[in-house]
Design a binder for this molecule. Structure first.
Ligand SMILES: Nc1ncnc2c1ncn2[C@@H]1O[C@H](COP(=O)(O)OP(=O)(O)OP(=O)(O)O)[C@@H](O)[C@H]1O
Length: 359
């Protein structure tokens, strides 16, 4: 295994027809994935995630910048690009792409060097099945005798068997239903951690990106807009758009004075001191809904979405500002109730953005 360092990588696709302009799919992206760590690349459809993976794997060459595995530059910087088969990259696509005519053991052993097949290969297959938490006797099954989640675990086992430098996973859980997604993604995370694998997973699913990785890299329109720990990306997003992409966010205008700011929800404490007009990013679960009318800013519940474990409460403040709060589902208000709201925890302030008029 080795670290992965992407420096100022750019990739353009030529126009594909008259009147169509070229597309800058990846725009000066720099990212470091430390040895043995797991990074998720999160971004909406078309932002360049797959192109970035294909550049790392060597299926595409960058137009600018460089890519290095450890100290070895594999593309860019004027060096002859290393072909994909020499890069030692494990690749797990959206749907495992297992060979349907081969059993699980043969699929896992497929990428092993010739000298590692045979008896040694059998041992490696057993080790890999154990790593991805599948029973040893699954080795004789064919892919069509496995569930989608089991197939993805075999695909991961196949990618890890030859001890790759880096493993790339391209939306590997997107074809699974919700319950399989959760258990499969956790099994994959455990397998990657146990094998101390340097891994990069691309997804457009915020929950997946935040819950699985050591580092989340957020992409937008070809650019990397933030890379940080999951909690930092969630609680201190680099701009309000990232805030709204990685979860629900209430963005309100405010006025900062040192470490505090005033806004329609009253006074809040800032993560960093500021002065003058600001946009404040508040997570809905930071807004405490007081049913006893004790203290806070008054508003009326307009809508309630009940999820069991918690609920989303849409409130209109008396000054007309709409605010979304999240609270435990045990005891909750109903539409028409008057409640009082106050903000708990620290709030991130940004330079002001234009706010749509309250509807
Ligand atoms: N071979 C290609 N030729 C021309 N344009 C391309 C090519 N591959 C990708 N693009 C364009 O580059 C941009 C980034 O595409 P990419 O597939 O990397 O996005 P993505 O974030 O992986 O999207 P999704 O989540 O939908 O898979 C898009 O505008 C896409 O249309």
């Amino acid at each position: 295994m080795s670290s992965l360092t992407i420096t100022e990588v750019t990739k353009d696709f030529a126009s594909t027809g008259p009147g169509r302009s070229a597309t800058r799919a990846v725009d000066a992206v720099s990212l470091h994935v430390p040895h043995g760590s797991f990074t998720t690349v999160l971004g909406p459809s078309g932002c360049g995630k797959t192109t970035l993976l294909r550049l790392i794997a060597g299926f595409l060459l960058p137009d600018g910048g460089s890519i290095a595995f450890g100290d070895t530059v594999v593309a860019g910087d004027g060096v002859k690009p290393m072909p994909p088969q020499v890069r030692r990259v494990g690749y797990v696509p959206q749907e495992g792409a297992l060979f349907p005519h081969l059993d699980v053991a043969a699929n896992i052993a497929f990428g092993l060097p010739r000298e590692d097949r045979g008896r040694g290969g059998d041992d490696r297959v057993a080790e890999m099945l154990d790593l991805v938490e599948l029973p040893a006797d699954f080795r004789h099954r064919r892919p069509d005798e496995l569930s989608g989640g089991q197939q993805q675990r075999v695909a991961l086992a196949r990618s890890l068997a030859p001890r790759p430098a880096v493993v790339l996973l391209d939306e590997p859980f997107s074809s699974l239903d919700a319950s399989l997604r959760g258990s499969t993604s956790l099994a994959v995370r455990r397998a990657l951690a146990a094998s101390n694998t340097t891994a990069l997973l691309v997804t457009h699913d915020q929950n997946e990106a935040l819950s699985l990785a050591d580092q989340v890299a957020v992409m937008r329109a070809g650019r990397l807009v933030q890379s940080a720990s999951p909690s930092e990306v969630y609680l201190s997003p680099s701009d309000p758009q990232v805030a709204e992409f990685v979860g629900r966010a209430v963005v309100l205008p405010g006025t900062a004075t040192a470490s505090r700011a005033t806004c329609p929800l009253g006074e809040v404490v800032l993560t960093e001191p500021g002065e003058g007009p600001v946009s404040l990013m508040i997570r809905p679960e930071q807004i405490y809904v007081d049913l006893a009318h004790a203290e806070g800013v008054r508003g009326t519940v307009e809508e309630l979405s009940y999820y069991g474990h918690d609920c989303a409460v849409q409130v209109r403040l008396d000054d007309g500002t709409p605010v979304l709060a999240r609270m435990a589902g045990v005891r909750h208000p109903v539409p028409g109730d008057v409640v009082h709201l106050r903000v708990t925890g620290l709030v991130r302030a940004y330079r002001p953005v234009a706010h749509p008029p309250a509807s």
